[in-house]
Design a protein around this ligand. Structure first.
Ligand SMILES: Nc1nc2c(ncn2[C@@H]2O[C@H](COP(=O)(O)OP(=O)(O)O)[C@@H](O)[C@H]2O)c(=O)[nH]1
Ligand SMILES: [Mg+2]
Length: 219
């Protein structure tokens, strides 16, 4: 898929405030510092879209970015066939948050994931350098139990040798296979080398196409 255009659309505190445009929506989530902002910038080709911040855990909002809209002074008129939303969800598991802030955040994230009808797929980011982490495994378990469509994205692939990278990925997938018969598609990415960019974007495009075909046959 070619990204012709990527721009900030809106930030929402709650799922009820999210835009009602009926666009396919792809959300990105992971622990703070996993490389989520960098990945979003790399995918969209816009180095400033999602703020890559040195102070993790700050963004507590649901951020919508409009991808492949058209240019119009009125942001509402920029949506066109082929447009979709990329959603940046707050990072989970940031230890320095207060208990109350953490609870609020979990509530916001879970209601978005469970209630947001427009969410087509959730990309769960994990750092390719680390062993499977309890917090990620529990989160993935919870997604499976709730029937949430998701896909795993291994980040920071450039930080490892090829051998170590494929070892880690295999280890991760084997760990998931202990709980699940089937593992959804996964992607190995680097925001530095842009590895995985085309594969991930083409996957989104494929799903967008099948959604369009479905809506055509329903008419
Ligand atoms: N080498 C390398 N560093 C990365 C990559 N992705 C993110 N980083 C670094 O990891 C840190 C956290 O990245 P950021 O995108 O802010 O993570 P976020 O908290 O998940 O949004 C930053 O210092 C980034 O420069 C990557 O693919 N390769
Ligand atoms: Mg970030």
């Amino acid at each position: 898929m070619i990204i012709r255009n990527a721009e900030y659309f809106i930030s929402s505190e709650k799922v009820s405030q999210c835009p009602a445009k009926g666009l396919p929506e792809y959300a990105f989530i992971g622990r703070s510092n996993v490389g989520k902002s960098s990945l979003i910038n790399m995918l969209t080709g816009n180095g400033k879209l999602a703020k890559t911040s040195a102070t993790p855990g700050k963004t507590m909002l649901i951020n919508h970015f409009l991808i492949n809209g058209r240019s119009d002074r009125d942001i509402e008129k920029r949506i066109q066939p082929g447009s979709w939303f990329l959603v940046d969800l707050p990072g989970y598991g940031y230890a320095k948050r207060s208990k109350k802030a953490q609870d609020n955040l979990e509530q916001m994230i879970s209601s978005y994931i469970l209630e947001r009808m427009d969410m087509t797929l959730l990309f769960v980011l994990v750092d390719s350098r680390h062993e499977p982490q309890k917090i990620d495994l529990e989160f993935i378990q919870w997604l499976g139990e709730n029937g949430v469509p998701f896909s795993i994205v291994f980040t920071k692939a450039d930080k490892l040798s090829k051998g170590k990278l494929s070892d880690n990925v295999q280890k991760y997938i084997s760990r998931l296979m202990e709980d699940w018969e089937e593992i959804p598609p996964y992607f190995i990415t680097s925001s530095e080398t842009r590895q995985g960019r085309e594969g991930l974007l083409d996957y989104i495009q494929e799903i967008n196409r099948s959604l369009l075909e479905q809506s055509d046959t329903n008419e």
